[in-house]
Design a protein around this ligand. Structure first.
Ligand SMILES: Cc1cc2nc3c(=O)[nH]c(=O)nc-3n(C[C@H](O)[C@H](O)[C@H](O)COP(=O)(O)OP(=O)(O)OC[C@H]3O[C@@H](n4cnc5c(N)ncnc54)[C@H](O)[C@@H]3O)c2cc1C
Ligand SMILES: *[C@@H]1O[C@H](CO)[C@@H](O)[C@H](O)[C@H]1NC(C)=O
Ligand SMILES: *[C@@H]1O[C@H](CO)[C@@H](O)[C@H](O)[C@H]1NC(C)=O
Ligand SMILES: *[C@@H]1O[C@H](CO)[C@@H](O)[C@H](O)[C@H]1NC(C)=O
Ligand SMILES: *[C@@H]1O[C@H](CO)[C@@H](O)[C@H](O)[C@H]1NC(C)=O
Ligand SMILES: *[C@@H]1O[C@H](CO)[C@@H](O)[C@H](O)[C@H]1NC(C)=O
Ligand SMILES: *[C@@H]1O[C@H](CO)[C@@H](O)[C@H](O)[C@H]1NC(C)=O
Ligand SMILES: *[C@@H]1O[C@H](CO)[C@@H](O)[C@H](O)[C@H]1NC(C)=O
Ligand SMILES: *[C@@H]1O[C@H](CO)[C@@H](O)[C@H](O)[C@H]1NC(C)=O
Ligand SMILES: *[C@@H]1O[C@H](CO)[C@@H](O)[C@H](O)[C@H]1NC(C)=O
Ligand SMILES: *[C@@H]1O[C@H](CO)[C@@H](O)[C@H](O)[C@H]1NC(C)=O
Ligand SMILES: *[C@@H]1O[C@H](CO)[C@@H](O)[C@H](O)[C@H]1NC(C)=O
Ligand SMILES: *[C@@H]1O[C@H](CO)[C@@H](O)[C@H](O)[C@H]1NC(C)=O
Length: 666
């Protein structure tokens, strides 16, 4: 891979000087001027949701929004911008917090790497570009657990507002396995138009796409021509967050760039929030946030918010900040010497993730996959020239074949197998203590399985090697298929490990703690083996590499899943939006229970998982949160106590502040 990466950087570097638009200032000076200003809203985290809600709040040109981001602003960075470099910035501290889970008991005590974006744009700068939606039933379930307005119909305008969809053209259809009509028949009333994030179809497909789609169809999974309509079941060619005009990743930093000249939209980068501060007195029995303490290069600062503080630090760090600020399970907080302000035991609980298991096959000689970028320098040179001149082709493309289906389908008509999975689930549910929220969620999840309304499993075909344990060989090409669980029954947690705000919290997803999750994944692996051994796909495939060919029994597959399980990095739920008596953390206006003006706006508020990759849903959450906050819905008390100070500070000239701590260039 190294050669293609360097080549790519050279190409982009030639076109646009790296970091050309960065303003370098002394960190301390900028942090001081940031903290001396008065903001209406302080938002922690310039990621997927944070930048979306910030842009919305600042759109009137007067509401003053300050955003604190630990990472840097990295425009014109090939490891972010070039779609074929996907994944290469993961586990690099310049872009990634590099979380690792705690030892996972059901994975032979392994830890699992869990990338999280640490850069302006958050995870949207390091993700795999897939841009899709879940099913109507799944979003409706959020309302079903007690959140008025948070259903498919209530979210659709917010989904649409965030992006600008460009459909598939004649040329893009070739080799995809899908027709233009498959992709463009869905009503444009449900797609995005005019929003900040550019979303389009790919322009390159490997030799595997067409036979893979045909073979999937032969196993009773049909092409879905309208996957964004609230029914993602079937096989389809998902859009990607790629700007077709430039061939570059389009991500949440677009909101930053668009607001660069606004004096009421100020982002402080290289600054890590450590605590939310509160006024000494409650209002109507609720605590009132006054601002945020943050650190730049070891020095602490305070910045005030006259209206609200909004946490958009993501699924692992929004609950961490709540706990550091005295909001959470009182017993747990006290054990770390933190005085509880609100005893809210749901904080950090209800962690749900999409666990995945990857299988890899060697393909027959001559079958062209994305491995060409690794093994064929002529191909790399051609691809780079094409990318440089017309901004399309393989280097401008992402993953193109998604399948969402039900367990009945993966059981392939074997009712014994299907009933066996259901009784595994029943037995486990009978023997497990559940929180009130879990019981409600499990009833919904069982309904989805039985009625086949929301797809329980996803298969993602990736025409390249390198996702499994076996090292890829030079001169060899591969096909990888990821089996991804959509509605896990396992529940994990994220909690602080100490009162030191710079120490990462403990992330414990408790993968496979429900035996149903293991059974469902194993069933998925077997289904994919059936697919791979069926024509016409089988004509392209050589030997299976992972798991080794001698893995054949259910037990072998179980062992493989335990030893190799990874995450597709869609954690949710740790500040769940739910009624307080159901262990909720935020109400349906996203305000923390017991607070007057502290909200959480990011993927941690999803109460329950959806069968989709998450970015489009998180953009929608940011959009909807902005509407709710602007409409003043249940805004309650604001922080009026300091409005005198505010007036005197309004004369301070607002500036766009950018702090660069990392100056090394690749
Ligand atoms: C490797 C990877 C691949 C993925 N692939 C896809 C995909 O193909 N398609 C898809 O739809 N989704 C994908 N996802 C998931 C999706 O990108 C995320 O679920 C979503 O973007 C999360 O948004 P968020 O707003 O909750 O958090 P983030 O976007 O992570 O934003 C949180 C921000 O807060 C900052 N922050 C955290 N703590 C602090 C602090 N204390 N002080 C200051 N700043 C702080 C972080 O640096 C970050 O910028 C992927 C995710 C990853 C990691
Ligand atoms: C941050 O601190 C380090 C020393 O710990 C120093 O070298 C660096 O210059 C500081 N950065 C800024 C921007 O002040
Ligand atoms: C922020 O609030 C604190 C505490 O109320 C106050 O001491 C400080 O002066 C305020 N800072 C600004 C810049 O208004
Ligand atoms: C997580 O584990 C990886 C691989 O062992 C390591 O490189 C990384 O530094 C770890 N992350 C942190 C924050 O320590
Ligand atoms: C996992 O770790 C626990 C506690 O450290 C230990 O008791 C157990 O034997 C370990 N299991 C395996 C499979 O290593
Ligand atoms: C939306 O995409 C179209 C191309 O499909 C482009 O012409 C238009 O300028 C884009 N609109 C915005 C607001 O980005
Ligand atoms: C910001 O201002 C600069 C200088 O006036 C201008 O070149 C640039 O286009 C502006 N950017 C935006 C997003 O308006
Ligand atoms: C709160 O934390 C304590 C200590 O970790 C734990 O024993 C208890 O079960 C937790 N309470 C709830 C309701 O989760
Ligand atoms: C390498 O790429 C070139 C250009 O696309 C192609 O003509 C050639 O067949 C490839 N070589 C191999 C061995 O696949
Ligand atoms: C890419 O384009 C630039 C000019 O924009 C040129 O200098 C460079 O040589 C090109 N690189 C390739 C690989 O075509
Ligand atoms: C496909 O569906 C048909 C009709 O429902 C059924 O008879 C057949 O067994 C299914 N085939 C597979 C491979 O699941
Ligand atoms: C159906 O599944 C059961 C349980 O996994 C297995 O024993 C049996 O061989 C399967 N039947 C067929 C026809 O594949
Ligand atoms: C689960 O409990 C229900 C009701 O108590 C019982 O009918 C059922 O047989 C149990 N199922 C299993 C698999 O234990």
């Amino acid at each position: 891979m190294a050669n293609s990466v360097l080549y790519t950087i050279a190409v982009l570097g030639a076109a646009t000087p790296v970091f050309s638009s960065l303003v370098n200032r002394a960190a301390a000076e900028d942090a001081s001027s940031f903290s001396a200003q008065s903001f209406d809203y302080i938002i922690v985290g310039a990621g997927n949701a944070g930048l979306t809600v910030a842009s919305k709040l600042a759109a009137d040109g007067t509401t003053k929004v300050g955003i604190i981001e630990a990472g840097q602003y990295l425009p014109n960075d090939a490891l972010i911008d070039v779609p074929s470099n996907v994944g290469l910035n993961n586990n690099n501290p310049k872009y990634d917090w590099r979380f690792n889970t705690t030892q996972q008991v059901h994975l032979d005590n392994r830890t699992v790497a869990h990338a999280r974006g640490k850069v302006v744009g958050g995870c949207t700068a390091i993700n795999s570009l897939i841009f899709d939606r879940g099913s109507k039933e799944e979003y409706d379930a959020w309302a079903e657990v007690g959140n008025d307005g948070w259903d498919w119909a209530g979210l659709l305008p917010s989904f649409r507002a965030s992006y600008n969809y460009t459909g598939m053209t004649e040329g893009q259809q070739i080799g995809s396995g899908f027709n233009i009509s498959d992709e463009n028949t869905q009503s444009h009333d449900i797609l995005g138009s005019g929003g900040a994030i550019q979303v389009s179809q790919n322009t390159y497909y490997s030799d595997i796409s067409v036979p893979y789609v045909k073979t999937t169809n032969s196993l009773n999974i049909t092409i879905n021509t309208a996957p964004d309509s609230g029914d993602p079941v079937g096989i389809y060619n998902p859009p990607a967050s790629i700007d077709r005009k430039t061939g570059k990743r389009s991500y949440a930093a677009a909101y930053y760039t668009a607001n660069l000249n606004k004096t009421n939209f100020v982002v402080l980068t290289g600054a890590q929030a450590t605590k939310v501060n509160f006024l000494p007195n409650k209002q109507d029995g609720k605590i009132v946030a006054s601002g945020v303490t943050f650190q730049v290069n070891g020095t602490s600062y305070v910045v005030n918010a006259t209206k609200e503080v909004i946490l958009s630090a993501g699924v692992f760090q929004s609950p961490q900040l709540l706990e550091l600020s005295g909001i959470g399970n009182a017993t747990l907080l006290q054990s770390h010497g933190i005085t509880p302000l609100i005893d809210l035991p749901g904080v950090g609980e209800n962690l749900q993730d999409h666990a995945m298991s990857a299988q890899m096959w060697q393909v027959k000689p001559g079958v062209k996959t994305w491995d060409q970028l690794r093994i064929n320098q002529t191909f790399v040179a051609e691809a780079a020239l094409q990318y440089n001149t017309t901004h399309d082709g393989i280097m401008s493309s992402g993953r193109s074949v998604l399948t969402f289906t039900s367990f009945k389908t993966t059981a392939g008509g074997n009712d014994t197998e299907y009933q066996g999975m259901l009784s595994t689930l029943e037995g486990w549910l009978n023997s497990t203590t559940q929180t009130p929220l879990q019981s409600k969620q499990y009833d919904i999840q069982k309904r989805w399985i039985n009625e086949e309304t929301a797809p329980g499993i996803e298969f993602l075909m990736v025409p390249i090697g390198g996702f499994t344990r076996t090292r890829v060989a030079n001169e060899t090409s591969y096909m990888t298929v990821l089996t991804v669980l959509q509605h896990p029954f396992s529940r994990g947690s994220v909690h602080i490990n100490s009162s030191d705000p710079l120490e990462l919290p403990n992330v414990d997803p408790r993968y496979l703690s429900s035996p149903f999750d293991l059974a469902a994944l194993v069933q998925g692996l077997k289904f994919i083996n059936k697919l791979v051994s069926s024509a016409p796909l089988s004509d392209l495939i050589d030997t299976r590499v992972d798991p080794a060919t001698n893995s054949t029994t259910t037990q072998d597959f179980e062992q493989y899943v335990r030893a190799s399980l990874q995450t597709i990095k869609h954690p949710i739920g740790t500040c769940a939006m739910a009624p307080q008596n159901l262990n909720g953390v935020v109400d349906s206006s996203l305000k923390v229970w017991g607070s007057a003006n502290l909200r959480v706006v990011d993927a941690s508020i999803l109460p329950q998982h959806v069968a989709a990759h998450l970015q489009s849903t998180v953009y929608a959450i940011g959009e909807k949160a902005g509407d709710i906050i602007k409409s003043g819905r249940s805004t309650g008390a604001t922080n009026n106590a300091r409005s005198g100070d505010v007036q005197s500070l309004l004369t301070v000239t607002a500036i766009i502040v950018m702090v660069t701590l990392v100056t090394t260039i690749l």
